[in-house]
Design a protein around this ligand. Structure first.
Ligand code: HEC
Length: 227
């Protein structure tokens, strides 16, 4: 009888752990929770928030790439948590900074453009939803194109540093020709995959999501078309 109870418990345990695995797969040292069954109403830190921070705030000379203006370092999840009150955007320094009425104090400062209302809303809702470190793991690799798939990733994760009059590393990544250039010589793949011999990008920041890396690799393997 004991043996039967034991087997029964083992059976239940196995079922429960399988179910758990299909919903959440825990990854890497940053403890990101990757959710496969994504909730359309939920703001995902890795997919939705991180690109906004990376391209507007966590840039060299500001709050990333080793720079910590005003003691603020937004190049990691833990650094971002320092600037917010979980569950309360209106009591969060980060939210106050991006919505400040005073043109002298608003972030990002002039001559950068303020965040769009949509970007501000994403950050607000993420904080209010609990500011968790999660990623939506759905990855769609059908119909990968330059304009709809690759450019948004570069724009959100790279142009913050690689644009303007003095782009970082003397490299501007603001149009197709410039991006095709680093696709053709292997640099694009090398820097995003953190391959030996390349400087890991985003510089001093978190690596792109596996989905975004897969999208860029797919486009490179198609011969990086301008489509
Ligand atoms: C926080 C600022 C920042 C961000 C964001 C950033 N870069 Fe860079 N990037 C740099 C700096 C600084 C250098 C020059 C590093 C050096 O030479 O030591 C550089 C250099 C490079 C180089 C030349 C690397 C080499 O091995 O010589 C490439 C290619 C590059 N970046 C691509 C990218 C791509 C693609 C992204 C987006 C996924 C990106 N960068 C995001 C700051 C940034």
């Amino acid at each position: 009888m004991k043996k039967i109870i034991y087997l029964f418990l083992l059976f239940i345990f196995t079922i429960l752990s399988c179910e758990h695995d299909s919903l959440y797969v825990s990854v890497d040292e940053n403890d990101v929770i990757v959710e496969d069954d994504c909730d359309p109403d939920k703001i995902y830190y890795v997919n939705d928030v991180l690109p906004i921070i990376n391209s507007n705030c966590a840039i060299s000379g500001c709050h990333g790439g080793g720079s910590t203006q005003d003691g603020v370092d937004l190049s990691s999840y833990s650094g971002i948590l320092q600037e917010i009150t979980i569950g309360n955007a209106f009591d969060s320094d980060l939210y106050e900074a991006i919505t400040d009425d005073d043109p002298e104090d608003i972030m990002p400062p002039s001559p950068s453009n303020p965040l769009t209302l949509e970007q501000i809303t994403i950050i607000r809702d993420w904080i209010n939803q609990g500011a968790t470190n999660e990623e939506c793991g759905d990855c769609d690799l059908t119909n990968v194109t330059y304009s709809l798939s690759v450019w948004p990733i570069i724009q959100n994760n790279c142009t913050g540093c690689h644009s303007g009059a003095n782009p970082q590393g003397d490299l501007s990544l603001t149009n197709y020709n410039q991006i095709a250039q680093i696709a053709s010589n292997g640099y694009l793949s090398g820097v995003i995959n953190h391959e030996a011999g390349f400087i890991a990008m985003p510089f001093n920041g978190q690596q792109l999501t596996q989905c975004n890396i897969d999208i860029i690799e797919d486009w490179i393997s198609q011969g990086y078309p301008n489509n």
